[in-house]
Design a protein around this ligand. Structure first.
Ligand SMILES: Nc1ncnc2c1ncn2[C@@H]1O[C@H](COP(=O)(O)OP(=O)(O)OP(=O)(O)O)[C@@H](O)[C@H]1O
Ligand SMILES: NCC(=O)N[C@@H]1O[C@H](COP(=O)([O-])[O-])[C@@H](O)[C@H]1O
Ligand SMILES: [Mg+2]
Length: 389
């Protein structure tokens, strides 16, 4: 078959699945990798590989076997040294090996943003012992947020409000971190008015932005998102300037989800994903080209036109509440029968559930973001996970 390009996708969750669909529409061949069988992106890809992407030898072997034109990371937990090696040998890593290394480690990206680029961030300190955690909290003040430097989706993260909680937060972070570096970041708690993801595309046409996405998080994990997030022109311009500086520093082509906290007119850089962002699933309904379409176009070196927004939109998540390998999702007809606005959904068809695992998302398009949020949340509430075992 005459495919446009061959892509090795490292990580095959719900974000990967939508990316595969976008890439397939442009004629690509995609091999989806993850550590378990039946992952969402594997269900729609041309081929799949099941192995731990943290294992350098297995990762190298998969790259050798498939000889991809593009290596597209979809998760953070990847042996990024291998990506640096293969990039040095001439392979294309999306957006760049450097971007994957910097963003996998909170301390590295924080140094780029706060020190090298001088962007506004929360006050912070790193800590490798309980004593350093205590000193860090002295520096930031309380409340503070403690996170492993290697983690995502809020894993190992806690907010500390009184000094006697610091030890528990340190132990929790170390117990839930990824990788082998017992290192945390102690961050000043930012009492923000709202937080946003600014989807930023770096392509052959330069840097462009999607309208800002507002979102609400619980346990460090996203619950609902909406677009456009209302913000002043001044605050949006400040966020765009910071996002541009960061993505130009990281380099390469693709979409980035740049996260900010906003308080009044102050815009504070938080972190970013060098790939589609979970809160950006709202673009599946809100834009003519979704974040996944934009990622695919940018990677392939295709033109990236200005995004056409369809209107006020929102997404809301469907979460599991227990462990099961025998379950089904019901209520799709009820969820899609909203009387108002347009409603759509994605069911990820993951093979197992666990508490708080994201199993699906609802999408709504309405006259204003408040209505879109309400419609998306109502639709999500009509979806039910029926556990058989
Ligand atoms: N310093 C802070 N002050 C206030 N809230 C914070 C702070 N740091 C994190 N949070 C809250 O926790 C959420 C998750 O934090 P962060 O994005 O750093 O974690 P993450 O594990 O990388 O999440 P993801 O991988 O899903 O983006 C933020 O979106 C925000 O709601
Ligand atoms: N915030 C990062 C994020 O949303 N990542 C998305 O979740 C998947 C893992 O889900 P799982 O833990 O349910 O397998 C990842 O593969 C990616 O699609
Ligand atoms: Mg985040």
């Amino acid at each position: 078959m005459a495919f446009t390009a061959k892509i090795l996708l490292l990580g095959s969750g719900e974000l990967g699945r939508e990316f595969v669909i976008s890439a397939k529409r442009l004629g690509c061949e995609v091999i989806a990798c993850d550590s378990y069988a039946g992952a969402p992106a594997m269900q729609v890809a041309d081929g799949f590989e099941i192995f731990s992407m943290l294992d350098a030898e297995l990762l190298r072997a998969a790259i050798e076997r498939h000889q991809p034109d593009y290596i597209v990371p979809e998760i953070e937990a990847i042996r990024t040294e291998v990506l640096a090696d293969v990039e040095a040998q001439g392979r294309t890593v999306v957006p760049s090996a450097r971007a994957t290394i910097m963003t996998m480690n909170r301390d590295r990206i924080r140094e780029v943003a706060a020190v090298e680029l001088g962007l506004r961030t929360s006050r912070y300190r790193y800590a490798e012992t309980l004593e350093e955690v205590l000193a860090g909290a002295e520096h930031t003040g309380l409340p503070c947020v403690i996170k492993p430097v290697m983690s995502s989706s809020g894993k190992g993260q806690s907010t500390v409000r009184s000094p006697d909680e610091l030890e528990r937060a340190w132990n929790y972070a170390v117990a839930n971190m990824r990788g082998d570096r017992s290192r945390v970041i102690v961050e000043e708690f930012v009492d923000f008015d709202y937080e946003i993801t600014l989807l930023t595309v770096r392509s052959r046409d330069g840097v462009s932005f999607c309208p800002p996405i507002g979102h609400r998080q619980e346990r460090g994990d996203y619950q609902e998102s909406w677009q456009p997030a209302p913000m002043t022109g001044h605050a949006l311009a400040a966020a765009q300037d910071m996002a541009r500086a960061v993505v130009d520093n990281l380099g390469g082509y693709g979409i980035f989800g740049v996260e900010f906290f906003v308080k009044g007119e102050d815009v504070i850089f938080s972190e970013l994903s060098p790939r589609p962002h979970d809160t950006g699933m709202v673009t599946l309904i809100s834009q003519d080209l979704s974040e996944f379409d934009l990622h695919a176009r940018a990677i392939l070196g295709l033109p990236v036109p200005e995004v056409q927004a369809r209107g006020a939109s929102a997404s809301a998540v469907l979460l599991a509440d227990r462990e099961s390998a025998d379950f089904r999702v019901e209520g799709l007809a009820d969820a899609l029968a909203a009387q108002e606005g347009h409603v759509d959904l994605r069911i990820f068809a993951k093979p197992t559930t666990r508490p708080y695992r994201r199993m699906g998302v609802t999408l709504a398009l309405a006259n204003d973001t408040d209505s879109a949020r309400r419609i998306a949340a109502d639709a999500a509430a009509k979806l039910r996970i029926i556990y058989e075992g």
